[in-house]
Write a protein that binds this ligand. Structure first.
Ligand SMILES: Cc1ncc(COP(=O)(O)O)c(C=O)c1O
Length: 478
C-alpha cells in the first residue's frame, strides 16, 4: 500500500505514471528513455529523466500539476507565491534579487552572501551596502547578521530596496531572523533570506523556525542539500505584501531553463510531502538525536562540536561542525582517515570538518563516522592552536565601483604585492566560512592583502579567486 504522504506527492505520482505508461513520444528529450538500447548503464542514467513538458504534464501543461504542487509548497511554508527551480538556490537567489528595485538603487547585503547573490546584483544593477556579521569567540564561527550593523545601515540608507541575508550560516548558526525582519519592516523594506542550508528547518521540535515563519518576505531553500531531493532542486517562496508576484515571476523565468526536468521537480514535491507528514517529523527528530549522540561521543576526544546548547534556538540541530584547532589535529587529516574507510565528507580544512548528515543516514552510518573519528583522534597530535575567529570579519575595503561595473570592466592579473591600491575585479574568500575579504569593485587595501596572506598561511583554502595560490590578483585595468 502506498503511504499517505507519497499519495500526496502528485508530481511523484505523475512521474511514476509516465514511467509505467512508457509512451511513444515525438518530443524532447532526445533520448526518449530508450538509451538502454545502446547500453544498459546509459539506459539507467537516462530512464529517470522525465521532463515536465510531455512527461509529468502534457506538452501544453494542460493538467497544471506543477502549479498545484507549488501551491501546496507555498501553503506548507506560509508563503503566497512559490516556484520550484531546477537551477539550484543559485538560480533562486538571482531570481529573488531581480525582483527588487531598479538598476542604481541600494540594497543591504550580508557580507556572507553566496556568490550567486553577487551575480544577482550584477544582473539587477543594484548597489550593495555590505552588512557585517557577528562572530562567536568561543568557536571562532559566524553567529549571524549583526543587528546593530543592520540598524545602522537602515538609518544611513533610508532608500534601500531590500535586505539580503544568509541564515543559517554554512556552520549551522542563525541570527535572530525575527528581529531582522522587524527592523526592516519598520521601514517597509523587504527581507530576503537565503536559507539554502535550512530546507528542513521548522518541521520538528528542537529545530529553529524557518525564515518565512519568522517574517521574511522571501526565502530560498535548497531541497537537495538537506532533504531527499535531486541535485539542483530548490525553491523560492515569497509573500507578496512587499514583493510583487509578477516581478518575482519575471525574475524567476529570466534565468530558468525552458525545459525543466520533471524528475527534479517531482523530487521537490516528494520532499515537501515528506516534510508535511508525520514521518518527516519523525525522521527529523531521529536525525537530531543521532547528531546529538555523535557530538556527545566526540567531545571527549578534544574536538569542539558546537550545537544547539551553545546557541539556544539559533543552531540547526542536524548540523555537524567539528573544530580541530584546540585538539592540535587537522580537519584534513581527519577527512583522510574517513576517506580511508570510504566515507566522504562535505568539507574539511585545517581547523574544520563538516560532515553533512541527512534524513536517511541510519545508526550504522553514524556509528561508522563516530568510531572512525574516535580512532583518528587517538593518533599523535600536534600542538594545540588557538581558536581564532576568521580574520575577514573586520573592516571592509572602500567600494570604488559596483559589482556590475567591475564584472564588465577590462581586467588584468597583477602580482599579489603589486595589487595594493588597485580595484579588485574578483571575489576572494578564505573558506570556511567563505566570507569575502574582497569583492569585485573594492579597493585592494594593504590590510585586505595582509588578511588574505594570513588566511592562506593558516592553511585555509582561498576560494573563488582566479589564482587560489594568490601569486596574482585580478584587478581592473587602470
Ligand atoms: C548560502 C548558499 N546559498 C546558495 C547556494 C547555492 O545553492 P545551489 O547549490 O543549490 O545552487 C549555496 C551553495 O552552497 C549556499 O551555501
Amino acid at each position: 500500500m502506498t503511504a499517505q504522504w507519497v499519495a500526496d506527492a502528485e508530481l511523484l505520482q505523475a512521474f511514476a505514471a509516465h514511467v509505467a505508461a512508457d509512451p511513444v513520444t515525438f518530443a524532447i528529450p532526445g533520448h526518449k528513455r530508450r538509451a538502454g538500447r545502446l547500453d544498459a548503464a546509459y539506459g539507467r542514467l537516462l530512464d529517470g529523466d522525465v521532463p515536465l513538458h510531455g512527461g509529468i504534464d502534457t506538452v501544453k501543461l494542460e493538467r497544471g500539476v506543477l502549479r498545484d504542487a507549488e501551491r501546496k509548497a507555498a501553503e506548507l511554508w506560509g508563503a503566497h507565491w512559490c516556484r520550484f527551480s531546477v537551477g539550484g538556490s543559485s538560480h533562486a537567489n538571482q531570481a529573488a534579487v531581480l525582483a527588487l528595485g531598479r538598476p542604481g538603487q541600494t540594497v543591504l547585503v550580508t557580507r556572507t552572501a553566496h556568490r550567486s547573490t553577487l551575480l544577482g546584483l550584477v544582473l539587477a544593477g543594484l548597489h550593495p551596502v555590505w552588512l557585517p556579521n557577528e562572530v562567536d569567540d568561543r568557536f571562532g564561527i559566524p553567529s549571524g547578521l549583526s543587528l546593530p550593523g543592520l540598524e545602522r545601515a537602515l538609518d544611513e540608507h533610508p532608500d534601500a530596496v531590500g535586505v539580503l541575508c544568509v541564515e543559517p550560516s554554512y556552520l549551522g548558526t542563525l541570527a535572530d531572523v525575527t528581529a531582522i525582519c522587524e527592523l526592516a519592516h519598520a521601514r517597509d523594506v523587504p527581507v530576503i533570506v537565503d536559507q539554502a542550508w535550512g530546507a528542513h528547518l521548522g518541521f520538528a521540535p528542537g529545530y529553529p523556525q524557518h525564515a518565512m515563519a519568522r517574517g521574511a518576505d522571501a526565502m530560498v531553500i535548497s531541497a537537495h542539500k538537506t532533504l531527499p531531493a535531486f541535485s539542483q532542486a530548490s525553491l523560492l517562496l515569497a509573500r507578496t505584501d512587499r514583493l510583487a508576484a509578477d516581478r518575482l515571476d519575471r525574475g524567476f523565468d529570466a534565468g530558468h531553463t525552458t525545459s525543466p526536468s520533471g524528475a527534479i521537480l517531482a523530487s521537490i514535491d516528494a520532499a515537501r510531502a515528506l516534510l508535511a507528514a508525520p514521518v518527516g517529523r519523525e525522521l527529523l527528530t531521529a536525525l537530531a538525536a543521532r547528531v546529538t549522540r555523535l557530538r556527545a561521543a566526540l567531545r571527549p576526544t578534544g574536538l569542539l562540536a558546537p550545537g544547539p546548547d551553545d546557541f539556544p534556538g539559533r543552531f540547526d540541530p542536524a548540523k555537524i561542525v567539528l573544530l580541530t584547532a584546540a585538539s592540535g589535529r587537522s580537519g584534513v587529516e581527519l577527512e583522510q582517515a574517513l576517506q580511508d574507510v570510504g566515507i566522504g565528507v562535505e568539507m574539511a580544512d585545517r581547523d574544520t570538518l563538516v560532515p553533512i548528515a541527512g534524513l536517511l543516514d541510519d545508526d550504522a552510518a553514524f556509528d561508522l563516522l563516530t568510531e572512525t573519528l574516535r580512532t583518528a583522534m587517538d593518533a599523535p597530535a600536534g600542538a594545540p592552536r588557538p581558536v581564532q575567529a576568521a580574520s575577514q570579519w573586520g573592516s571592509f575595503s572602500p567600494q570604488r565601483c559596483t559589482p556590475r561595473e567591475a564584472f564588465f570592466a577590462d581586467r588584468e592579473a597583477v602580482p599579489f604585492a603589486a595589487a595594493a591600491g588597485r580595484t579588485c575585479a574578483e571575489l576572494i574568500a578564505p573558506y570556511p566560512p567563505g566570507v569575502p575579504v574582497l569583492v569585485p569593485g573594492e579597493e585592494v587595501t594593504a590590510d585586505a592583502l595582509a588578511r588574505l596572506r594570513a588566511a592562506g598561511e593558516a592553511g585555509l583554502r582561498i576560494a573563488y579567486a582566479a589564482d587560489p595560490t594568490l601569486a596574482t590578483v585580478q584587478v581592473l585595468q587602470d
